[in-house]
Ligand binder design. Structure first.
Ligand SMILES: Nc1ncnc2c1ncn2[C@@H]1O[C@H](COP(=O)(O)OP(=O)(O)OP(=O)(O)O)[C@@H](O)[C@H]1O
Ligand SMILES: [Mg+2]
Length: 222
């Protein structure tokens, strides 16, 4: 369960204060698939960063499995991100000089998983996102956008996170590939009871999720 209570995030720039997220409340039960929609600048990325512990709110609390991550120290947050969260970004963010398998193995290395197990799990996850044995051995530059995003999803799943956070994961893909990535995320949330929060501009995608949160100027609207 993810519970967000009165979360606010403001940024100071010079004399002015920008309210990126202005007092947001919501709950997402475990295993549900939620989407966040809203215009550019409405606070979607800021909110996602707060949920993932990449940033801290100015006020409010964010509870994940009963633990308030806003009260964690930095070293605790690093552990939280590593073990509990899988991130998927619009630009894939793969390490260019590592192969697909090595990219998926990386978060497991941070989690101190033994090397043989890392390799076996990376292969299993890449097979699950339907990459061929040959594609697994390639570096990102030699894979298509959709294939790179599937590697990024496999990497996000590496440490069996409770929560997957995806910021415009289909934004760089054609609509058919985007739908395939989305269906993949959907089936993962079902099969592994993973909670997923996805930011998207695509209303046809958002319409198929369990819950849709619409942000406007940093606030949730109906
Ligand atoms: N570090 C920062 N310093 C100052 N202002 C910021 C900072 N980060 C974000 N903002 C502002 O907060 C608001 C929300 O930004 P955010 O990136 O969350 O929007 P978004 O909904 O993700 O937009 P997009 O759809 O374009 O990605 C914007 O007005 C932005 O300029
Ligand atoms: Mg954004």
């Amino acid at each position: 369960m993810l519970q967000v209570t009165d979360v606010q995030r403001t940024f100071k720039s010079g004399d002015t204060t920008v309210t990126a997220v202005g007092g947001v409340n919501f709950k997402i039960p475990e295993g549900k698939f939620a989407s966040i929609v809203g215009q550019s600048g409405s606070g979607k990325t800021t909110l996602l960063s707060l949920l993932g512990g990449l940033d801290k709110p100015t006020s409010g609390s964010i509870e994940v499995d009963g633990q308030d991550i806003t009260k964690m120290h930095d070293h605790q947050l690093i552990g939280y991100r590593c073990r509990k969260i899988g991130f998927v970004f619009q630009q894939y963010n793969l390490v260019p000089n590592l192969t697909a398998i090595e990219n998926v193995m990386l978060p497991m290395e941070f989690a101190k998983v033994p090397v043989a197990k890392r390799q076996a799990r990376a292969k299993e996850l890449l097979a699950q996102v339907e990459l061929s044995e040959d594609q697994m051995k390639r570096k990102p530059g030699r894979l298509s956008g959709g294939q790179q995003q599937r590697v990024a999803i496999a990497r996000a799943l590496a440490n069996s996170p409770a929560l997957i956070l995806a910021d415009e994961p289909t934004g760089n893909l054609d609509s058919q590939t985007g739908k395939m990535i989305f269906d993949l995320l959907h089936s993962l949330s079902r099969s592994q009871n993973t909670t997923i929060v996805v930011v998207t501009h695509d209303l046809s995608i958002a319409g198929k999720t369990d819950k849709v949160f619409r942000l406007k100027d940093g606030k949730l609207v109906r």
